[in-house]
Design a protein around this ligand. Sequence first.
Ligand code: ADE
Length: 259
Amino acid sequence: MAPLHDEKAADDSTQRPISNILFIIAMQTEASPLVNKFKLAEEPDSVFPKGVPWVRYNGKYKDLNINIVCPGKDTTLGVDCVGTVSASLLAYASIQALQPDLIINAGTAGGFKAKGASIGDVFLASDVAFHDRRIPIPVFDLYGVGCRKTFSTPNLAKELNLKVGKLSTGDSLDICAEDEAAILANDATIKDMEGAAIAYVGHLLNVPVLFLKAVTDIIDGDKPTSEEFLQNLNAVTIALDLAATKVVDFINGKSCSEL
Ligand code: ADE
């Protein structure tokens, strides 16, 4: 079956200049350089429900109002709330509260060298899908995979010379044989833990979403994923920060239809 297109996002709102951007970033380490770069301030009087760990940074950069939201630290374990559950809830609440013109889900990803990914590459995702939602019943199987084309940004990809590839999302950092087969079926170049979930929420609420993913580890390489991920996280975050800044500079003054 052909992937779903985000046509709902292609209405009149795509014609006016973008003024309000929402970054959704899972890890504090990934978010901090961008918060500093755009000179954003943490907003203590949260638009979010009392007691949630979600964090919001806000400020003006050029002609844009920028919010960066993070799911924050697990209230029991103190680690970043990575994964699809927190990402979906945060995306929903942030869209409701902040009414963004455009969402950018920026973060790190694993990459497949067989598909052309190298450490430090920054990809723009052309398609997203899940690889760990196995429902072997007709039609539910397709719902589980949730294959979706992302909001098309041909000018942005060309101008910034970004690599473009398909993104597959699941709730595990490591990979089992079933996930590997699904990722292969999804034709994915990169693998993350939030993208397809955020795409789902963007589609539900009619907000275009871009996916900017920097490669920290090579899944079909010879190093253990968690080791390689931790080893490269800080350096790769710098590449992500640079690319995200270029993306925002490109977006400034343009409408969604010009991307
Ligand atoms: N983020 C960074 N590396 C990843 C991987 N291998 N899988 C999922 N998310 C990631």
